[in-house]
Ligand binder design. Structure first.
Ligand SMILES: Nc1ncnc2c1ncn2[C@@H]1O[C@H](COP(=O)(O)OP(=O)(O)O)[C@@H](O)[C@H]1O
Ligand SMILES: [Mg+2]
Length: 253
């Protein structure tokens, strides 16, 4: 009983606290800007710029990475859209404090996409939430409707980030990876196992996904900073970056 009362009265952590301000110059912002530079370089010759963000497991930081990268791109004055394609466990809308009752799942079953897309408090940054949790997310993503939607949105937005479920859990990310310009894998320190990562890379390679690189998330900066060069060197044609915690970023705001 006491436990329940305490839980009820304990405020939930503010989900928006993991978002960067968009104008910060601290370590976290700089890490996202470094990833932005790499993505822009890798996609400089591509007409459409749709980027899937996925990981082997849940809780690696896909949603956090999607949101902060999108903020970083929007900061350049680019028109940026985030799509929450994690229709089973949608969460992107919570970070941006918008409702998710109309979104991707509704659009893929006939609703108008323009009314489902919402602005955020960040200039140039828009969100298409996941919508009502559908019975058949994978099948919806396989329909021509999804490909057509991406084509239309690519004509309207400079960059599109797609947040998606983990590869090890369901097939959705593998389906999406075949329809986007590139895929980013989020790896979390002390969380992602090497075998799961290799399995994920194999699955993405088997469908000829364009794997752009990796984001190494939630690294203990003090332990790893001296190895940064080593990590970077390991991914010569890829990239890695990290951020340690959200406290530093909040001091930037
Ligand atoms: N680098 C980080 N530092 C602190 N908390 C983080 C970091 N990355 C993610 N989180 C937190 O971990 C949890 C899972 O992150 P999330 O982005 O939702 O993962 P996923 O979308 O891969 O399931 C969230 O509560 C998020 O706020
Ligand atoms: Mg998520």
């Amino acid at each position: 009983m006491l436990k329940n009362i305490l839980r009820k009265n304990t405020p939930l952590p503010d989900p928006t606290s993991v978002l960067i301000s968009g104008h910060g110059t601290g370590r976290i912002s700089e890490s996202y800007k470094a990833i932005r530079t790499n993505i822009m370089h890798l996609l400089k010759d591509s007409e459409s710029k749709t980027i899937l963000v996925t990981s082997p497991y849940a809780n690696a930081g896909k949603t956090t990475t999607t949101a902060n990268l999108a903020i970083t791109f929007a900061q350049l004055g680019k028109k940026v859209l985030m799509i929450d394609a994690d229709m089973r466990r949608p969460s992107l809308h919570r970070l941006f404090s918008v409702v998710s009752d109309q979104g991707l799942s509704n659009v893929l079953t006939g609703s108008d996409y323009a009314t489902a897309i919402m602005p955020t408090k960040y200039e140039n940054l828009f969100i298409l939430p996941a919508g009502c949790v559908p019975k058949n997310p994978s099948e919806l993503l396989l329909t021509p409707c999804f490909s057509k939607l991406l084509a239309k949105l690519s004509a309207e937005y400079d960059t599109i980030f797609i947040d998606a479920p983990p590869v090890d859990a369901v097939t959705d990310s593998v389906i999406i990876s075949q329809k986007v310009t590139g895929t980013i894998l989020v790896i979390r320190q002390n969380h992602t196992e090497k075998e799961a990562l290799l399995r994920t890379i194999n699955m993405l390679n088997s469908v000829n996904a364009n794997l752009l690189g990796y984001v190494l998330n939630a690294v203990d900066y003090n332990k790893f900073s001296y190895r940064y060069g080593h990590y970077y060197g390991n991914y010569s044609d890829k990239y890695s970056s990290y951020y340690a915690d959200s406290s530093e970023e909040s001091s930037e705001k």
